[in-house]
Write a protein that binds this ligand. Structure first.
Ligand code: SF4
Length: 434
């Protein structure tokens, strides 16, 4: 059965039991077809990841309250701490003083991260090692990246690079795919207006070491993306920063429009500058697809084979009945865990009047994607029922509900990189177009 046929069958399935049967029936066939293109364990991993996305798509269309698919995108904070204090962030002194956010200190332990990987690694396609903390503060982050790669996950970190202890070799050797660099200025006085407590000399020193290490080790990865948030106070330095980025040797330079943060610091206002991307590396796209995740240096064979042999759970999933109504994509596609193991549905920060802690990895009966808050949030969108004042923030949320961090674009990139012939145009549109 092709992905296209399977997806059609799933969408028209009248109940979860029928959808479940279609997924289980197609498992061996899809695996056998992939076996012609990949080694056995990789074929099994790709089968699981493909079918999980198809099942998630079924649940999304059925507006299921309880799902048996697993989040295909993971966000995990290796550290809840940050050495900077940027306006608008959970680490900014203003919001901290007002206790606007609920953001405890903590460092992600090996046990906790491996537990998350065991649960979701075989069926997920990617992990972002960042949300509100500085990932480089946890010295185990390269180890976590390597572990994630062994589950064939695409990995990325976002960092200020303003850290004293940095091991560029560990990051290059980890197999990390992307590093997003948050550098919003070309001179210290301008840079530190927003990146409070940041040290630009340290940033450039670390960046040069990283580029040099990547060259010395003859690696193309990680791809380095300099992200410049354009504010009124720093927009004049964009050309200078772009020149520096090219000279140092990053792969691309992005100018982005930030959210308004003048509620925290009235002097920090977004500039009227058009977002742009400039790729200095003519092979950027080729590298994106050539170094696919289906060619890892090591694979966690035991975990992937074990997951492949286990059928998807057929108990307990509920359908609200196919509904064209609005829902939030995050609730079916991604999940977020901070360094202390708290599970959140999206990248918004929990805080006063914002019930966004949906459970913990440890205390959710082994199913953090179907906690009571997850069920209540999904059910709210399909039925409009708000249980109480203690309901999850989703019931009053005005954020963008369509842009999960790991969504259609990342699905297309992932499977194209795996094999652009096997995952043809039709398959990619079936897997990503929802
Ligand atoms: S409804 Fe809002 S708060 Fe809830 S998961 Fe979606 S974006 Fe996040």
């Amino acid at each position: 059965m092709t992905n296209f046929q399977l997806s059609r069958e799933l969408i028209s399935a009248s109940s979860f039991l029928r959808a479940h049967r279609a997924v289980e029936d197609s498992k061996r066939e899809l695996y056998n077809r992939l076996l012609g293109h990949f080694p056995s364990t990789v074929a099994k991993a790709l089968t699981l990841k493909t079918l999980n996305i198809c099942l998630a798509k079924y649940h999304f269309h059925a507006r299921s309250t309880i799902v048996q698919s697993r989040p295909f995108g993971l966000l995990a904070d290796p550290s809840n701490m940050c050495q900077l204090a940027c306006p608008g962030c959970v680490h900014s002194p203003g919001p901290k003083k007002q206790k606007l956010f609920d953001w405890p200190k903590g460092t992600l332990s090996e046990d906790r991260f491996f537990k998350m990987l065991k649960l979701y690694g075989p069926t997920a396609i990617g992990v972002h090692f960042f949300n509100y903390g500085e990932p480089l503060l946890n010295l185990n982050t390269p180890k976590y990246i390597r572990q994630a790669k062994s589950y064939l996950l695409r990995t990325s970190v976002s960092t200020s690079l303003s850290v004293r202890r940095f091991d560029p070799e560990a990051y290059v050797e980890s197999g990390l795919d992307f590093m997003h660099l948050s550098i919003d200025g070309a001179t210290q006085p301008v840079y530190e207006r927003f990146r409070r407590k940041g040290n630009l000399d340290l940033v450039f020193d670390n960046l040069r070491k990283l580029v040099e290490t990547r060259r010395k080790l003859r690696r193309c990865l990680p791809l380095l993306s300099w992200n410049f948030l354009a504010f009124e106070h720093n927009a004049h330095e964009i050309p200078q920063a772009r020149r520096l980025a090219r000279k140092i040797g990053v792969n691309e330079f992005r100018v982005s429009t930030p959210f308004g943060m003048n509620w925290d610091d009235p002097g920090i206002r977004p500039a009227a500058v058009r977002p742009s991307v400039q790729r200095f590396d003519p092979l950027f796209v080729l590298k994106l697809f050539l170094y696919g995740n289906a060619k890892p240096t090591s694979v966690d064979t035991e975990m992937i084979e074990g997951a492949f042999e286990r059928p998807w759970n057929e108990d307990g999933a509920s359908d609200a009945g196919p509904s064209p109504g609005h829902t939030c994509h995050w609730l079916y596609k991604n999940t977020v865990m901070d360094a202390t193991g708290r599970i959140m549905p999206c990248c918004a920060a929990p805080g006063r009047d914002k019930n966004l802690v949906f459970g913990t990895l440890e205390d959710s009966g082994g199913d953090p994607f179907n906690t009571e808050f997850y069920r209540e949030a999904r059910s709210f969108f399909s039925t409009g029922t708000r249980v109480s004042d203690g309901s999850p923030y989703c019931t009053q949320c005005e954020l963008d509900h369509t842009a999960a961090a790991i969504g259609g674009t990342e699905i297309r990139q992932y499977f194209r990189a795996a094999d652009r012939v096997f995952f043809d145009r039709h398959s990619l549109s079936v897997l990503s177009g929802w």
